[in-house]
Design a protein around this ligand. Structure first.
Ligand code: CAA
Length: 382
């Protein structure tokens, strides 16, 4: 356990998430992964526990807790199933949060209660086939037509895309202005002119869904614009700062469960007439795994605390995501090594954790993008 003290409420939500994850998610996680099946029932149960809008105030249907509570719960969920975790993190960090922070009173009253209570699911639609890391160069357009905007364009890599009811959509209202022309809209997915395109077959987080969304003349009322025209890029960056703390927590959860499984296996498996945990070759790996996880968790908690205290946390969120995701990849690799040949088979869950870890180095900003963000902040003296 860490020296950082948690409040009774924070411990309570972590314990609640742990019980739920161990009893309800873990027993079916492997099957969900194999079948690539979206865990609709688990999402409903997470909603009942208040996990779909953790830091949204109770007045808007949320749980009114802080970001640290959120990362504590998310780590526990991701220990059992990183797919279920990302569904929760997208709804909280990338959908509820920007509406809560940048929405008008009318938008908050209309959209937050169903999203925070899990009656509706949200997705975040920024990337495009030719614009991922270079988010300022998106080509989807939003053209004003009276009291509406007409949206055209194809969006990619949308987590929750097929199941979502509400889309946080980024489109350009002035392509010539590049990132300064980006505008955000809250779009009801049932609107005309929206089609779910290709659903991706992925290496990991296979029980979560990721798809293209195609907008072909979709009409969005002007009241659904989030912020002013041209404010979209900053809203995206601000939202992703928070999202990256969640992905950091997801990565810590994946790494932690891989360590626990490696410890268990190393105590049970015998070689040369003794458990392999007796060998320094294994112990050194376990020591490095545990140390990196602890450092990653502290970075995630620090970023969460800074966000809760309304401090600037761009650098700390990027550091937390960078370090935690690379830790998850490194730790799961070592955990497979400790399992030997068995770790390379689907008989043990470790290969799933290894596959799930990889995406944490890619989505919500690759490791390379995190290094750019950190370097920019360092050079600016933050
Ligand atoms: N908060 C608020 N504003 C910010 C900001 C932040 N963290 N970072 C930058 N900005 C502002 C800058 O101040 C600047 O403002 P001005 O125009 O007034 O000068 C503006 O944004 C542009 O900043 P940069 O010049 O730094 O922008 P850039 O074009 O060089 O890009 C980048 C910077 C870091 C590379 C950025 O594009 C980025 O983070 N890219 C990665 C995008 C990403 O994470 N995509 C993942 C999408 S979500 C997903 O993965 C799918 C899913 O469903 C989970």
């Amino acid at each position: 356990m860490s020296i950082i003290e948690l409040t009774d409420e924070q411990q309570m939500i972590r314990d609640l998430a742990r019980d739920f994850a161990v009893n309800e998610i873990k027993p079916i996680a492997s099957e969900l992964d194999k079948e690539g099946k979206f865990p609709k029932d688990l999402v409903k149960k997470m909603a009942d526990l208040g996990f779909m809008g953790i830091f949204i105030s109770e007045g808007y249907g949320g749980s009114g807790m802080d970001t640290l509570s959120y990362v504590l719960a998310l780590e526990e969920i991701c220990k059992a199933c990183a797919s279920t975790g990302v569904i929760m993190s997208v709804n909280n960090s990338l959908v509820c949060e920007p509406i809560y922070k940048f929405g008008t009173e009318e938008q908050k009253k209309r959209y937050l209660p169903p999203l925070a209570k899990g009656e509706k699911l949200g997705c975040f639609s920024l990337s495009e086939p030719a614009a991922g890391s270079d988010a300022g160069s998106i080509k989807a357009t939003a053209v004003r037509d009276g009291n509406h905007y007409i949206i055209h364009g194809t969006k990619n890599w949308v987590t929750n895309g097929p199941e979502a009811d509400v889309i946080i959509l980024f489109a350009s209202t002035d392509i010539s202005k590049m990132h300064q022309g980006v505008t955000v809209f809250i779009v009801d997915k049932e609107a005309q002119g929206i089609v779910v395109g290709k659903v991706e077959h992925k290496l990991g987080i296979r029980a979560s869904s990721t798809s293209q969304i195609i907008f072909d003349g979709c009409r969005v009322p002007i009241q659904n614009r989030l912020g002013d025209e041209g404010e979209g890029f900053k809203i995206a960056m601000n939202t992703l700062d928070g999202g990256r703390i969640g992905i950091g927590a997801q990565a810590v959860g994946i790494a932690q469960v891989a360590l626990e499984e490696a410890v268990t296996y190393s105590k049970e498996r015998e070689a040369f007439s003794q458990p392999i945990s007796n060998f320094q070759g294994i112990q050194f790996m376990l020591a490095d795994m545990a140390t990196r996880i602890e450092a990653a968790r502290l970075l995630v908690w620090q970023a969460a605390r800074m966000k809760d205290r309304k401090m600037k946390f761009t650098k700390q969120a990027a550091m937390a995501k960078l370090f935690a995701s690379e830790t998850a990849m490194w730790v799961t690799t070592k955990a497979i090594q400790i399992h030997g040949g068995y770790g390379y088979t689907t008989d043990y869950p470790i290969e799933r954790h290894f596959r799930d870890a990889k995406i944490t180095e890619i989505y919500e900003g690759t490791s390379e993008i995190q290094r750019i963000v950190i370097a920019n902040q360092v050079l600016k003296g933050f």
